[in-house]
Design a protein around this ligand. Sequence first.
Ligand code: ADP
Length: 240
Amino acid sequence: MKTPESGPVGTGRPEALLSARDVTRGYERGRAASVRLRRPDRVEVVRGVALEVHDGETLALVGPSGSGKSTLARLMLGLEEPDSGRVTWRGRNLAERIASERAADSRIRDLLSLVGLPPDSTRRYPHEFSGGQRQRIAIARALAVEPVLIVADEPVSALDVSIQAQVLNLLMELRDRFDLSLLLIAHDLSVVRHLSDRVAVMHEGRIVERGPSSKVLNEPRHPATRELVACESQSPRRFP
Ligand code: ADP
């Protein structure tokens, strides 16, 4: 892991690459559901979250289904606006980020070979690719903009276990080769143990525990973390 050299003046802390501060996001519940559940129309699914991803680190966001992980990821990618709070990229508001267009063809071929697919893949239809190949394409698409950070939301959960290891290894190889930071969303803790430097545990819209992966996963403190670890030990798996 790289050590960031400089940060906001006077704070003595390295500046985060991507940072969420006190971010909140809610959705309208359908009227029928509101009446049935006798709960208000609007449900907050991300509640005052602060989260930072630093240069060169892999941060795993874990938590049960429905705890708000994907919503937080969309907010951190700028795909959705928070109701309140701020998401910044190297200290600047995310909305100021500029994406550049690139010449396509030879670049696409380079990217395909980088993720282990033949160049003639450009002439194939999506349904002609296997699940593992599609994930390779997803990784190639992410690399196309020469990112310094990739947000991977459950990158392998839909794949067979044998293919999972291949795709994870590719992700790690590319991360190391291009010095990428990674915000990894996963409910499978064996994936998290394998890949991440730090873990943040999300529960009901809040980050309830965070720290170095080995510490959080080996000595879980919050009941939500303990539950995740207990689920893992019921179906233990190891990635090579
Ligand atoms: P996770 O990724 O942890 O499984 P999500 O962020 O996908 O959790 O979802 C958190 C909660 O927010 C869920 O109850 C989900 O139904 C709700 N939710 C997510 N996106 C929307 C949306 N666009 N509209 C309404 N509800 C949503």
